[in-house]
Structure formats: structure tokens, C-alpha cells
Write a protein that binds this ligand. Structure first.
Ligand code: BG6
Length: 494
């Protein structure tokens, strides 16, 4: 028996355990959970890969990665006693039978009660085949729970996502499938809901009567790095908008759930995604802007153009930047634009939400030489975590001039030590069987449907790329998208 009820015995099998994601995120997160006493002795981890490693060699590598990502490595040797390597060919059915024997062996050694979590940190073409073999080999026939955790991309359009989903559903039920969107594991993304529904002061204003527009930005300084191969077939629209950006919009726009149960929260998110106004092909140009980075300077260092990156076509039309104007057709949001923006090789690494409120009905005051600033609620998701409220206050005793003032909350270093990464939150949720912060099939269906129209239109019309210099805020058209509505991006605001 576990010491604490919060401990859930489980065998965690990671497919793709020698890959980058496993080393950078999964093992450090699992270790941190162990160190924080969220995992105990009733846990075993099988790392699966194609290479001919021994347990010792694999454990050394994992240990090294953990040491790179977690400052305090106290208890690392105890943790490593739970980690195993299993050489396996994912397309060979026989190999799954050997995996089953090994899983049963670990199950009795660590008393795991037949609970199995399969984590697919693999290229997407293997998702279906692994899931099929897990069932046919008997690995999913267990007395405990069985769960499948799956990384993105989940399909490359609605049709392929539907095919993949039906294939997975042959072996796992919807409630056993945990589709990762790592943004949903970020503390401040989870805070959007709390901020909205645990404070009496925001909800009454959170609608088209008081909000002028909402801006969601996720900009990166990094380029495509060594992922050119994957990125060429994806681009910013499928890599970021279809999942992370629309998930943040759903959290910002949803109605209050009737309870904190996963199904109640997700039902509200689904409603928002269903009320996203589907664009007609001829409306795409007016509402969405695509961009691709050219060479430029970042921190005074010259960086190359996207088309010169590794495994990227010289004449590639893949967008590395997208901004868009979304309309949510429901009572609360009619008339309020939601602007989203994401791109690589931009000026700064920022994930941020800016809620801009409407002007006061009758403005009696002025800032020197200009009109009052809008009230803003800024939610800083990364790298700074916290929020700020931008208000207008009286400047000095004489006169009626105002000046902007800011109320800020920054999450302290102490709070941040609780997790090493969003993955830690998500892995723990998954062990607990809490699917709230994972993408439900209904959400995916709506987001693909929305994104497919844009992608189809873009495929039919050649862009004029590259169209933004590295180290900037993207193409000029992205600014025009807002200025046409009389708005502007709130850049450089905290
Ligand atoms: C991933 C994308 O989902 O998110 C990457 O595939 C992107 O291209 C990354 O760099 C950004 O994540 P974060 O957490 O750094 O904003």
C-alpha cells in the first residue's frame, strides 16, 4: 500500500524515450514529481527506443538530462532504480509480446496494480500502429487503468485527425486518451480560469459591453532550430494556432462551468470553439495574416532566413508567423475581436494576454497632450508569470491631468519551484486521471475545422515570402489587421 492516498501506483511506458522531449521534459518532470513526494516506490518507468542500450547506459543518460534541467538532484539514485530501458521496434508485433512480459514482471516487482500509462513521444505516423499493437498484444488488457498520452500533431487536418481518432478508439476509450497541449499545463494558463471565476470583479465586465478587444500573443525568439523537417509540413498555423492559441482563446471566452469536473469545463470550451465564426475562403485574407522570417538580427547576432534553415526548401512557403482576427458568435462576445499572434524569430519570447477595456462613457480627463489610456488587464504567461491592471489616476494636485498607473502581481520564485515545467502538471494530472487540461476530441474537431479553411486558402494562393525581418514583431499586415478596427497591438507592455 502507498504511504499516502495521493500516490498512484503505475507503470509508465514511454515510447520515444531516447528523444529530445523525453530528455528535456518528461524525465526531469517525473523526477521532480518523485522528489516532491508525488510519486513513490510503486512506480516503474520503461523507456522504449530502437537503440541497443543497456539499462546502465540509459540510466546514465537520463541522469545527465535530469541534472541539466533540475537544480537539486537529491534522491536521483533512488529515482533511477525505477527506470528501465527496453529495446523495441514499434512496427514489429512480436516485440510487444516481449514488452508485455517485461511489463508484468515490473508490475509484480513494484506492485503496480495493473495500472498502465503509455506515453507516445514519437513521430505521429507511429501513433496508430502503436495503439493497435498495444491492444493486439494484450498490453491493454489489465486489471488496473490504461491510459494513452499522445503528443501533437494530432492529424494534419480534420480528415486525418478523424482517421487517427477512429484508429485509437479501437484500443482506448475517449476518456482514456490524453491529448497533450503543453500550454494547458502552464501555471498562468490554468490561472485564466481562476482569475475569471474566482473574482467577483472581472466577470461582470467580461463581455462585449465593457471589453473592446482581447489580444493573445505567443512570440518566440528562436527560429525553427533542427525541426525543419517537421515544421515544413506544419507551419505556424498547425503548429501553434490549431492547438495552443485556440485553447487560450477558449479559456478566455468560455462561460463559467457548472462545476470543476473535467467534463463540465470541457463542455464550456467546446461551446466556444463551436461558436468561432467559420471563415469563408474569401474572408481569410481580411482576417488572417501569414509571414515567414527573413534574415535579421537578434541580440545583435545575425540570424539566417527561414529558407536557409536546415531541411527547409529554398522556395518554402511555410508560414513561421500567423496573426488573425477571430469572431465569436455568441451573446457575450458578439462584436469583440479576439486577435491572436504567434511567430518564430520575433523580437521577444512572450506569451501574453491583453484584455483591453472600452473607454469610459463620458471622458472628462486627459493625459498631457493625449486621450486617456485604455484600461488593460495583462496576463503574463511567460517568461514573466503574473498579471497587471493598467488604470488611470490623477497626476498631481493641480489640474485634471491623469497618468497611467499599474497594479502588478508577479509570481514569486518560491511558487515557481513547485514545478519544473508544464509537463510536470500534465503528467501528474494524467496519473490522477484528471483530463481537464487535455484536449478532448470535440475540441480538436472544431479547431481543425476552423484552421482547415485558412490552410486551404493559403495553399491555393502563393504568398510573397519572406515578409518580415528576424527580430521584429512580424509583417506590417499584422499591424494593419488591427488598425483597420481602430486598434493596435499592445507591444512591450507588462
Ligand atoms: C510547440 C511547438 O508546441 O510549442 C514549437 O511545436 C514551439 O514550435 C513551442 O516552439 C513553444 O512552446 P513554449 O512553451 O516555449 O511557448
Amino acid at each position: 500500500m502507498s504511504k499516502h492516498t495521493k500516490h498512484i501506483p503505475c507503470l509508465i511506458t514511454i515510447f520515444g524515450a531516447t528523444g529530445d522531449l523525453s530528455h528535456r521534459k518528461l524525465f526531469p518532470s517525473l523526477f521532480h514529481l518523485f522528489q516532491q513526494d508525488n510519486l513513490d516506490e510503486h512506480i516503474a518507468i520503461i523507456g522504449i527506443g530502437r537503440r541497443d542500450y543497456t539499462n546502465e547506459v540509459f540510466r546514465e543518460q537520463v541522469k545527465e538530462s535530469i541534472a541539466t534541467h533540475v537544480k537539486d538532484t537529491d534522491q536521483i539514485d533512488e529515482f533511477m532504480e525505477h527506470v528501465y530501458y527496453f529495446k523495441h521496434d514499434v512496427s514489429d508485433e512480436q516485440s510487444y509480446h516481449a514488452l508485455l512480459d517485461f511489463s508484468n514482471e515490473l508490475d509484480s516487482k513494484y506492485q503496480l496494480k495493473g495500472n498502465r500509462l503509455f506515453y507516445l513521444a514519437m513521430a505521429p505516423q507511429f501513433f496508430g500502429v502503436i495503439s493497435d499493437y498495444l491492444k493486439s498484444s494484450g498490453l491493454t488488457e489489465t486489471n488496473g487503468f490504461k491510459r494513452l498520452v499522445i503528443e501533437k500533431p494530432f492529424g494534419s487536418d480534420l480528415k486525418s485527425a478523424e482517421q487517427l481518432n477512429s484508429q485509437l478508439r479501437q484500443s482506448f476509450k475517449e476518456e482514456e486518451i490524453y491529448r497533450i497541449d503543453h500550454y494547458l499545463g502552464k501555471d498562468m494558463v490554468q490561472n485564466i480560469e481562476v482569475l475569471r471565476f474566482a473574482n467577483a470583479m472581472f466577470e461582470p465586465l467580461w463581455n462585449n459591453k465593457y471589453i473592446s478587444n482581447i489580444q493573445v500573443t505567443s512570440s518566440e525568439v528562436l527560429g525553427v532550430e533542427d525541426r525543419g523537417g517537421y515544421y515544413e509540413s506544419s507551419g505556424a498555423l498547425k503548429d501553434m494556432v490549431q492547438n495552443h492559441m485556440l485553447q487560450m482563446v477558449a479559456l478566455l471566452a468560455m462561460e463559467a462551468p457548472i462545476s470543476l469536473k473535467s467534463e463540465d469545463i470541457r463542455a464550456e470550451k467546446v461551446k466556444v470553439l463551436k461558436s468561432l465564426r467559420q471563415l469563408k475562403p474569401e474572408e481569410v485574407r481580411q482576417n488572417f495574416v501569414r509571414g515567414q522570417y527573413d534574415e535579421g538580427h537578434i541580440n545583435d547576432i545575425k540570424v539566417k532566413a527561414y529558407r536557409d534553415e536546415d531541411r527547409v526548401a529554398e522556395d518554402s512557403n511555410t508560414p513561421t508567423f500567423v496573426s488573425g482576427r477571430l469572431t465569436i458568435d455568441n451573446f457575450r462576445w458578439a462584436g469583440v475581436p479576439f486577435y491572436i499572434r504567434t511567430g518564430k524569430r520575433m523580437k521577444s519570447k512572450t506569451i501574453q494576454v491583453v484584455v483591453e477595456f472600452k473607454e469610459v462613457p463620458l471622458n472628462l480627463y486627459y493625459q498631457t497632450d493625449k486621450l486617456l489610456d485604455s484600461n488593460l488587464l495583462v496576463i503574463n504567461i511567460q517568461p514573466n508569470e503574473g498579471l497587471s491592471l493598467h488604470l488611470n489616476a490623477k497626476k498631481n494636485i493641480q489640474g485634471i491631468d491623469t497618468e497611467p498607473v499599474q497594479l502588478s502581481y508577479a509570481m514569486g520564485a518560491q511558487d515557481k519551484m513547485n514545478t519544473v515545467d508544464a509537463y510536470e502538471n500534465l503528467l501528474f494530472d494524467c496519473l490522477k486521471g484528471d483530463a481537464t487540461n487535455f484536449t478532448h476530441w470535440e475540441e480538436l474537431k472544431s479547431t481543425w475545422k476552423f484552421v482547415d479553411v485558412i490552410q486551404e486558402e493559403w495553399t491555393m494562393n502563393e504568398p510573397n515570402f519572406p515578409n518580415y525581418e528576424s527580430g521584429t514583431n512580424g509583417p506590417l499586415e499584422s499591424d494593419l489587421l488591427l488598425s483597420r478596427d481602430g486598434n493596435h497591438w499592445w507591444d512591450d507592455i507588462q
